[in-house]
Design a protein around this ligand. Structure first.
Ligand code: C5P
Length: 232
């Protein structure tokens, strides 16, 4: 399993996304396509970026009954993405069904990772709205364990949780971590952040970086800096 920097392409249209990727000339960064871009452009945006030679993390966070998720994953698997995800809150039966749907007849499948608790869910929401009495950290780790036991490859988590996830679920269990900022850049709306270097030291396998690259004056230089700090 390779460590890498994934650029979150949170753009509203294919035009803006492809214009952005054009700036990278010969380089082919691993890109994350989220709900906004996918729902606005449809599967063709995946094909277009894939045809340009990029690896793709399709971040659609599926969560439904097992049969529906299995069938939806079978469709996504045909798009030939490299990584996709779902909500661990859907339960083990849903996660196992997702794996079945995602696996092609030749046995190959994209990396499948789980979202544990969204970082936008705070302890109060957990207790008062979702009626989950266990502390946040305990639920995150339990969801990660459920994902590992269901055969998934890893979880999306904060770089601050990467070491604990590896301790609980094994060093081969992939941690994909957003919330990355350069030491001299604005945190924006991200609260629990690490620099690429710190994420590397914490054991993150993939860092997902959006605005520090997409909003940089020189996105290619910002990407190269991420690569240097995270992989160097
Ligand atoms: O611009 P920024 O670097 O904050 O982008 C981070 C990306 O990771 C965004 O696409 C965001 O939706 C995603 N993400 C996150 N925190 C999570 C899960 C996903 O920031 N817990």
């Amino acid at each position: 399993m390779g460590k890498d920097v994934i650029i979150a392409c949170d753009f509203p249209s294919a035009e803006k996304t492809l214009e952005f990727l054009d700036r990278f000339k010969g380089r082919k960064p691993f890109v994350k396509i989220g709900m906004e871009l996918y729902y606005s452009e449809g599967p063709s945006i995946v094909e277009k970026i894939k045809n340009r030679g990029h690896k793709i993390f399709l971040d659609l966070k599926l969560h439904d009954i097992p049969n529906t998720v299995k069938k939806a994953m079978a469709v996504l698997s045909r798009l030939d993405v490299d990584m996709t995800n779902l909500h661990a809150a859907g339960g083990s039966a849903m996660m196992k069904a997702a794996l079945e749907g995602l696996t092609k007849p030749n046995g190959e499948r994209p990396i499948l990772i789980a979202v544990t608790q969204l970082t936008s869910t705070d302890s109060e929401t957990l207790k008062n709205e979702l009626l989950i009495g266990a502390p946040m950290a305990e639920t995150v780790m339990k969801y990660a364990e459920n994902a590992a036991r269901s055969g998934l490859d890893g979880v999306v988590c904060s770089p601050l949780e990467a070491a604990a996830v590896h301790n609980t679920c094994g060093s081969g269990f992939i941690t994909v971590t957003p919330g990355v900022r350069f030491s001299d850049s604005d945190a924006g709306d991200q609260k629990r952040i690490m620099t690429p270097e710190q994420a590397k030291a914490a054991g993150s396998d993939y860092i997902v970086v959006g605005r520090p690259i997409t909003a940089a004056e020189d996105p290619v230089a910002a990407y190269e800096r991420c690569i240097r700090e995270f992989l160097g």
